[in-house]
Ligand binder design. Structure first.
Ligand code: PEP
Ligand code: MG
Length: 540
């Protein structure tokens, strides 16, 4: 029987296809004890051997796709699993009466704590995360839990309770027609990902999805925010017709490639793209982005078991810069923390991670990670125009520290006779503090980009991930507009350019206003660019 479910629109087109329900299974250790240590030991040895085999396949795969250096982490994990220390620690736990899952978890945690406590040895400290990682791989094997999302062979409408960046990272995106999630908010990073891929998505439907839905036909209407399950024939043919109409409109928009982004009255604004990796840059070019306004570099750090090396980062940035062929590329330095977590950072558990040791704060606390990234970006700048942008700035002092570090990195590269290009430095205005002192910050940098997603979260003390706050959100709240306007005015007094790279940049209802206050550039997900250009060209 046909059923309609309402959700919040993330990105809106129409998708028709088979439903696939993804249910994340989290390993649970229900009891600590066992009556049958022998059975637990043989289960452990079997699971460990399966994990070692899996790591070999991952290593081969990664060597082929990303190179030996990237693949090394898998061979290291294989070695740690084969090592006697780990096996002995688990055996000890089982002999003490623990079941296999509990003994593995305890062995992983104990070894991790031991390595984390080694003073003044950053290399050994980082190995702590490896032990946690191998333990959770073995526990997943013990409990028969698959890694990541395994999609069927054909394209599907992916339905889940919620999706976090690490779920969507390894996803074969060409197989996803749409996302529908019962939780999640329109500003979450999964929503951002859906927008950047131009995938239809609905979040926060509030409903439970049963596994039986897998294989049934669904329609996701990303304009009205409706998910229809098992539609009747009439509804299906109506939606097929609408889908064709949208495809025709998309074809028409392509006529705007190469055209100016200017209102009828002659006011120009630049349209840049937000990206997370080199394949997004290909999309950005396809939609004729005039530059990259926000390269979320942290995506390079997610879904990994160890820090990406300077070389790997350099290759990645260079690839984007080369692809963009002379168009400006603004790379935002690492914005890890909050919902973007990577275990190997070994971040302390915080009560409020969105307001914690994240983004620039983490980079200034761990200058070796930051310097590696800066070196990679400066080296890549030899291949085209680059802007480096720093996230979550709240004070002039932070910028002074950053400038010291950039000077050190430049000098080091010069001493090594490595050439660099012309790099402009800018900051994100995404905390109320930064907006309020934008006059002072403008003295220090060449450009600003307003991150309205976080600026909204921190101005209103409203968690951007929390869907239950939706009724309290006031669109175009004057508090936010005042902060934006103030930032633009302060920037322009010092000849600093200002872009908007948060999701508000793609809100058609605000485009006219942004142009009227003098915003220089809007950076949006690539699939929005041509429609936004059309809209701007029709403005008075
Ligand atoms: C923002 O905060 O508006 C922004 C663009 O950055 P992110 O969404 O990655 O936090
Ligand atoms: Mg932000």
């Amino acid at each position: 029987m046909s059923m309609e479910i309402k959700g919040q629109v993330v990105s809106g087109k129409i998708a028709i296809g088979q439903i696939f329900v993804f249910r994340k299974r989290i390993p649970v250790i229900t009891s600590e004890t066992t009556n049958d240590p022998e059975k637990e030991l043989s289960s452990f040895l079997l699971a460990r051997d399966e994990a070692i085999e899996e790591l070999k396949v991952l290593e081969e795969d990664a060597t082929e796709k990303m190179g030996e250096e990237e693949a090394m982490v898998f061979s290291v994990h294989g070695m740690l699993l084969e090592d006697q220390d780990f096996e002995e620690a688990v055996k000890e736990g089982i002999n003490a009466g623990h079941n296999a899952s509990f003994a593995v978890k305890k062995a992983g945690d104990d070894l991790a704590a031991f390595f984390a406590s080694m003073e003044d040895n950053a290399y050994m400290n980082e190995r702590a995360a490896d032990f946690k990682d191998i333990a959770s791989r073995v526990i997943r094997k013990l409990q028969g839990i698959e890694d990541g999302i395994k999609l069927p062979e054909h394209p599907v409408i992916l339905v889940a309770e919620d999706l976090v960046p690490s779920d969507t990272l390894g996803l074969e995106k060409e197989k996803v027609l749409a996302f529908v999630t019962s939780k999640g908010s329109t500003n979450s990073h999964t929503a951002i990902l859906a927008r950047s891929l131009g995938i239809t998505a609905l979040v926060n439907t509030g409903s439970e999805f049963s596994d039986d839905l897998t294989g049934q036909i669904g329609i996701v209407d990303g304009e009205k925010g409706v998910f229809t399950i098992e539609p009747d024939e009439e509804t299906l043919s109506e939606y097929r017709r609408k889908k064709e109409e949208i495809q025709r409109e998309d074809e028409e928009l392509k006529q705007l490639i190469g055209k100016e982004t200017r209102t009828k009255g002659g006011q120009a604004i630049k349209l840049y793209a937000n990206i997370g990796n080199p394949s997004d840059a290909v999309k950005a070019l396809e939609y004729d982005a005039e530059g990259i306004g926000l390269f979320r570099s942290e995506f390079l750090f997610l879904g990994k078991n160890d820090y990406p090396s300077e070389e790997e980062q350099f290759e990645n940035y260079k690839e984007v810069i080369t692809l963009m062929a002379g168009r400006e590329v603004i790379i935002r330095t690492l914005d890890i923390g909050a919902d973007k977590q990577a275990d190997y950072f070994n971040l302390p558990k915080e009560e409020n991670p969105a307001m914690g040791l994240r983004a620039i704060r983490l980079c200034l606390e761990r200058p070796e990670i930051f310097k590696t990234q800066l070196r990679a970006i400066y080296r890549a700048s030899a291949f085209g125009p680059v802007g480096i942008m720093f996230p979550m700035i709240t004070s002039v002092e932070e910028i002074d520290q950053i400038l010291d570090l950039t000077e050190t990195v430049k000098k080091e590269l010069k001493d090594e006779s490595i050439s660099i290009g012309n790099v402009e430095l800018g900051i994100m205005i995404e905390t109320p503090a930064a907006a309020l002192i934008s006059d002072l910050l403008a003295e220090k940098v060449s450009f600003f980009s307003i991150g309205t997603n976080d600026l909204t979260q921190y101005t209103f003390a409203m968690d951007r991930q929390n869907a239950s706050l939706e009724p309290f959100r006031v669109p175009n709240h004057p508090a936010l507009l005042r902060l934006i306007e103030m930032t633009v005015q302060n920037a322009h007094k010092k000849k600093v350019r200002v872009g908007i790279c948060g999701e508000m940049g793609a809100d058609f209802d605000l485009t006219k206003y942004f142009i009227s206050i003098g915003v220089d550039e809007l950076s949006v997900s690539a699939p929005k660019i041509l429609a936004l250009r059309k809209h701007i060209r029709e403005l008075a």
